[in-house]
Design a protein around this ligand. Structure first.
Ligand SMILES: NC(=O)C1=CN([C@@H]2O[C@H](COP(=O)(O)OP(=O)(O)OC[C@H]3O[C@@H](n4cnc5c(N)ncnc54)[C@H](OP(=O)(O)O)[C@@H]3O)[C@@H](O)[C@H]2O)C=CC1
Ligand SMILES: O=C(O)C1=N[C@H](C(=O)O)C[C@H](O)C1
Length: 234
């Protein structure tokens, strides 16, 4: 496939290596000051850029009928607009807060645990995410997905907040430590014990491989999809 990389930073460069190793061609790499480009020369675009440009990158792809895989976090206030545009143009679009196979399994574990804990009022849930110091958004997109899944599965919680929690609010603590690719921990604590589930990314390779697999999967399809569709996990 001919792939366009929108955002050519840490993730864009890792995706490039993996895409080439799987036989794809990178036909376009777009970074900060690149505005005049022809997206239609790509079969599929992969956006790992920055929060305030992600929506424009995604809508440009959809408007030109180029399927787009978005991994950029911190722009989800415009997710519904992207979905509506994709439906209107009969385009193809996936957003995932985390493309790694391991985290997508972790998402399912988190949902199951949240459901199990819903009748056990003696436990309070909290979340912690740790990332490298260049990360622009907090909390991470993955932590937001984890918190929203707990809210969906466990009737005791109705919202999440950065650093603050109470009986109905899930607190998310965001830590920034040099070179950490991404660690997420979900904790249930009672007076007598603690239950933790944790995912630790050792490198960015897992995120990048998942994004390339998603690009391969979406080619030739139309619709709005998730990584659950791509990985076929239940
Ligand atoms: N969903 C997932 O699985 C994962 C998601 N992410 C997310 O992906 C995003 C990128 O992460 P990462 O690669 O580590 O970040 P980087 O900062 O290393 O890369 C982002 C790149 O986007 C560039 N950029 C700035 N403006 C534009 C623009 N208008 N169009 C295209 N590119 C632009 C930046 O350039 P400059 O530096 O010059 O501003 C930078 O090179 C983040 O939102 C992160 O949270 C990260 C890992 C996994
Ligand atoms: O910025 C990152 O690096 C990462 N961002 C994503 C997020 O916000 O959840 C995914 C991963 O944890 C790495």
């Amino acid at each position: 496939m001919k792939i366009a990389l929108l955002g050519y930073g840490k993730m864009g460069k890792t995706i490039e290596q993996i895409a080439i190793s799987r036989g794809h061609e990178i036909v376009l790499t777009i970074d900060k000051n690149d505005t005049d480009y022809d997206i239609t020369k790509a079969d599929v675009a992969i956006d790992f850029s920055i929060p305030n440009v992600a929506f424009n990158n995604i809508s440009n792809c959809i408007s030109h009928n180029v399927p787009v895989i978005s991994g950029t976090t911190g722009w989800l206030d415009r997710y519904d607009e992207a979905v509506a545009l994709c439906e209107e143009k009969k385009g193809a679009f996936i957003y995932a807060s985390n493309y790694s196979l391991g985290v997508n399994i972790f998402f399912e574990l988190n949902k199951t645990l949240a459901k199990m804990m819903s009748s056990l009022k003696q436990y309070n849930v909290s979340m912690e995410e740790i990332h490298h110091t260049q990360k622009l958004d907090a909390p991470s997109g993955t932590a937001i997905s984890l918190a929203n899944d707990v809210i969906d599965q466990n009737g005791n919680y109705s919202q999440w907040k950065l650093d603050e929690g109470d009986e109905t609010t899930i607190p998310i603590v965001a830590k920034r430590i040099e070179d950490v690719p991404g660690t997420h921990t979900v904790t249930y604590e009672s007076e007598v014990d603690t239950i933790n589930i944790e995912h630790v990314a050792h490198t960015r390779q897992g995120f990048a491989l998942g994004a390339v697999v998603a690009a391969e999967w979406i080619f030739g399809k139309s619709g709005v999809f998730t990584m659950k569709d791509v990985l076929n996990i239940s």
